[in-house]
Design a protein around this ligand. Structure first.
Ligand code: ZN
Length: 117
């Protein structure tokens, strides 16, 4: 369970409290009789998924960020008349995955199909 910083608006008392994530905003009674509330603490967690720089054989180059990947995918789609679909971006029937993985096998399949047509 993560630790959260709580503080009292009335007396200024600050305390670190171990809480379950879904109960992190529940007030905690303060020794002064008021309540301790969770203080906003910036974390390293980002809402933007972290993009891992890697080599994409499909494009024959190193992709450093999502913007580049989207550009390459667009170029690929224009050149091949078919869109690349990332694993996790298919029409989903189950829970969405948090990690997006580029599917090389599918890309190769799409390429082959584009050549044959
Ligand atoms: Zn207090």
């Amino acid at each position: 369970m993560p630790t959260y910083v709580f503080s009292c608006e009335s007396c200024g008392h600050t305390e670190e409290i171990v809480r379950r994530v879904n109960g992190r905003d529940d007030p905690e009674p303060c020794s002064c009789g008021k309540n301790l509330y969770r203080r906003f603490t910036p974390t390293q967690t980002s809402v933007v998924p972290i993009f891992k720089s890697e080599y994409y054989p499909t494009f024959g180059k190193f992709i450093r960020n999502r913007h580049e990947l989207n550009d390459e995918k667009k170029k690929y789609a224009d050149a091949n008349g078919s869109e690349l679909i990332e694993v996790g971006n298919e029409k989903c029937t189950s829970k969405p995955k948090t990690k997006t993985v580029f599917d090389e096998r599918r890309a190769a399949y799409e390429l082959e199909r584009a050549w044959k047509s």
